[in-house]
Each structure stands twice: as structure tokens, then as C-alpha cells.
Design a protein around this ligand. Sequence first.
Ligand SMILES: NC(=O)C1=CN([C@@H]2O[C@H](COP(=O)(O)OP(=O)(O)OC[C@H]3O[C@@H](n4cnc5c(N)ncnc54)[C@H](OP(=O)(O)O)[C@@H]3O)[C@@H](O)[C@H]2O)[C@@H](O)CC1
Ligand SMILES: Nc1ncnc2c1ncn2[C@@H]1O[C@H](COP(=O)(O)OP(=O)(O)O)[C@@H](O)[C@H]1O
Length: 282
Amino acid sequence: MTETWREWAAEDTAAWIRVPGAGDDKYARGVLGVITGSHDYPGAAVLGVEAANRAGIGMVRYTGPRALGALVLARRPETVLVTGRVQAWLLGSGMDAGKRNFLLQGELSHALASGQPVVLDAGALDLVGVHTGPTVITPHARELQRLLDAREIPASLEEIREAPGEWAVRAANELGTAVLLKGAVTHIADPTGARYTVTAPGHWLATAGTGDVLGGILGAFAAGHADALALEAGAITALAASAAFVHGQAAAVASLARGGGPVTALDVADAVPPVIGELAAM
Ligand SMILES: NC(=O)C1=CN([C@@H]2O[C@H](COP(=O)(O)OP(=O)(O)OC[C@H]3O[C@@H](n4cnc5c(N)ncnc54)[C@H](OP(=O)(O)O)[C@@H]3O)[C@@H](O)[C@H]2O)[C@@H](O)CC1
Ligand SMILES: Nc1ncnc2c1ncn2[C@@H]1O[C@H](COP(=O)(O)OP(=O)(O)O)[C@@H](O)[C@H]1O
């Protein structure tokens, strides 16, 4: 069956931008629980927390080894390292599923059993299926290939790159979750039939750590829409498309500020506020 994909637009994203009101405090705006990074990839933890803050969040609770917590705090002293109640989770960026210890496994299991919205990235992708709340996975093509292979769904990297939409849909249906498949055109699909594309306005995003930034933006959006997600789990798909849209626009803004030249992952995170500001004013 030929699927109809709709390009997710600024107007669609604007509907999901939450501007705080007089009655909001940090908890009402949403708290994101973040379990990301590792000794091998500490930067992913910093990038995700930075991006979540830039996307607008009440608070971030970061869980990880002490050394990583110190790095996150050095960049974002707003971060809280105490465990507690959260409205959504971001799990797995900068982690290696093969190097998970008991403690980390327990923390991830706790998050997945909470019934709260979850963004599953990189080294937590293999945990899809044990989630209990609205969930979106955020693989790139190679990660999706590995994930499908582990579920005995044979697909080559070439096949996924040639028909990313078809494989995003297949994954959504087989895994029973929303899928955001990253690329120059990002495909977002879910088991209920939602099909969105987000076409990046340029290609400087193809650089290390921008996926970790996307995870942070999406995590913040999920935490900020806990009520909508409780009513309608499918909202996670619209939030994923909105995060991808903001991410692409932020890369464009960051590049423009540098004469149209290259950007780093942190530059992209830094450029998220003006993008959100413009969307909020629509
Ligand atoms: N700052 C941070 O903390 C960052 C942290 N990050 C975190 O890193 C984790 C892993 O994410 P990833 O996307 O790199 O993993 P993955 O799909 O396994 O790719 C490995 C494949 O790449 C290939 N390959 C390697 N070198 C190559 C080369 N020079 N030229 C060509 N190919 C090369 C290699 O191929 P091979 O060498 O085996 O032929 C293999 O197939 C993940 O947790 C992510 O969040 C990232 O976000 C980055 C910033
Ligand atoms: N050629 C490209 N043009 C535009 N965007 C791209 C391109 N390649 C990758 N991207 C985007 O860059 C980000 C890269 O994420 P990811 O592959 O997870 O990298 P990392 O693991 O280094 O963070 C994704 O949001 C993806 O959609």
C-alpha cells in the first residue's frame, strides 16, 4: 500500500508550543527525567539536558554516574540530580546497550514501568516493548536496522535508506510504538496511521551530537504536554514531528548566524529559543 505522508509545517508545530502563564510554576510546566550518557559518551548527557532547557522546561532531573552529573551541572547548573517525580523520560542517548550494569538497568526499568511518556534513543532502543506509557523511538537508519534485526525482521541498511518511510511504518506496526526515523528527511509514523515528514532546511545537521539535541527537545515537549498525552497517547507522534521541525529550523538559524556556515550540536541547541519564540508568536 502506498502511504500518504504529510510534511509537518510551522503551523502544525505552533499548536504544540506551550507558553507559560501566570499560574505556572516549574512543576506545572513539566519535569523531564533524563537517563543518558556514559563514560564513553559523556557529551550526549550534556547535549540532551542543554537542549531540553533551551526548548522550555520546568526542570530537568538527571540520573547518571557522579562524573557525568558534574559535567551536566557545569553546563547547566539548573539541573537537579535528586530523583523524584517527573512528567516524561528521555532515555538512552550516548549509551551502549551492551554495557548496561545492574544499577542502570534498574533505573531504566523503573522509568519504563512508570506509565509516563518516554523518548527512547540510541542505547535504550532495545527496550522498546517493555514501555507502559506513550513512547517514541528515535533511531537513525543504522540503529533501526539493528533494532529490526534483533526482532528477526530482516532489513539491510541500504533497504532502509532507500525506503525510510516504509521501514518507519513497518517498525511502528511491529514494535507498537511511534517511530521517528532520522535523516535529511525525518519520517515520523505510528501504529494508528499518522505519517509525517520533516524535511531539514539544510544539511549542516549531519554532525555529531545533533541527535542527542533532538532527544532533549522532544523530551521537553513531552514533559510539557503530560496532560494531552494522558488523554491521547497519539499526541506523542505530533510532539515528535514538532521537535524535528524545531530542530531543523534551529540548525538553519544557527547556520545563518554563522554566515550560512557549519554548526555544532550546541549551536543548534542555542538556536532553539528564537525558533520557539517565533512559533509562539504565530
Ligand atoms: N558527544 C557525544 O557524546 C556523542 C554521542 N553519541 C552517541 O554515540 C553512540 C553511538 O552512536 P552512533 O550513531 O555513532 O552509533 P552507530 O550507529 O553504532 O555507528 C557506528 C557505525 O559508524 C561507523 N563508523 C564509525 N566511524 C566511521 C568512520 N570514520 N567512517 C565511516 N563509518 C564509521 C561504524 O562502521 P565500522 O567502523 O564498523 O565499519 C559503525 O557501523 C550513541 O549512543 C549516540 O547517542 C553520538 O550522538 C555522537 C556524539
Ligand atoms: N544529510 C542530512 N541533512 C539534514 N539533516 C540530517 C542529515 N543527516 C542527519 N541529519 C539529522 O541530524 C541528526 C543526526 O542524529 P544522529 O544520527 O542521532 O546523530 P548523533 O548520534 O551524532 O547525535 C538527526 O536529527 C538527523 O535527522
